[in-house]
Design a binder for this molecule. Sequence first.
Ligand code: GLU
Length: 292
Amino acid sequence: MTLPNEIVTRFAPSPSGPMHVGHLLAALHARQLADVNGGRCLLRIEDIDQRSCSPEWVELMHRDLEWLGLRFDGEVMVQSARYAAYQDALRRLREMGVLYPCFCTRGEIKAQLAEIGRAPHSSLGYLYPGTCRTLPPEQVAEKMAAGIPHAWRINMQRVQELIGCPYWEDMRRGVQRCVPTAYGDVVLARKDMPTSYHLSVVIDDAEQGVTLVSRGEDLFEATHIHRALQGVLGLPIPRYYHHSLLRDNAGKRLAKRDGARSLASLREAGYTATMIYKSLSAALANGGIWHI
Ligand code: GLU
């Protein structure tokens, strides 16, 4: 339970590979924001994508956190154990009439975007042109009956009609106006997965009583979507802190997929936790450029 005015932060890694120093920075921000405010910092494993996440990465993550002396409060939440809660939220949204099934394939969406001459990308991926939003109900029923795979998208225009453009407080950038339609009708349940990052993250931040969401600034735009979902689902609204990210010598953001040196590989190579913390301090004093 979260006490009134208590600061509750969280570190929410996705175990789809080994952690690197960028994860350490995210964890430290969350931990310190809790500590300076006498609050709590929780841990949540975001493993809804069971194809890319594995128990092996979770185990390694715990080992890395222990090695670095990072501790979290309370119980660890594991998203793969929470599909029922996500289903329940989807059901509520469906009952409110803000969800619709989308049968489009990626290729079809690309072709539709090319046809209307729209640039294929926003910072959160392509902006869905809304094709399935206006499908006649009999066509929807037909496709459903034929078992055509479908995702569930949220009708953000309708959400905006319901909640308007509410605000959220960003501790680094000030008060922000949420524009629910800014990133289009995003997917809330994927074809291959009964939920999505956006849905799970807002349900779980609320369930864990998180009052201050601390995470990298690469997720700043996603907060428009999260704030809109919180509004329509009647969830409490946390404050946000989007910290800046570490970059490599070439100025590129550290990322798992680019093979950023993992904490585990550094440990195996003989680096100590103190050396890792020193390299991080040096990076922060040097505009976020990290090297070891
Ligand atoms: N699981 C996400 C990641 O590892 C972070 C999500 C969040 O902090 O909202 O990038």
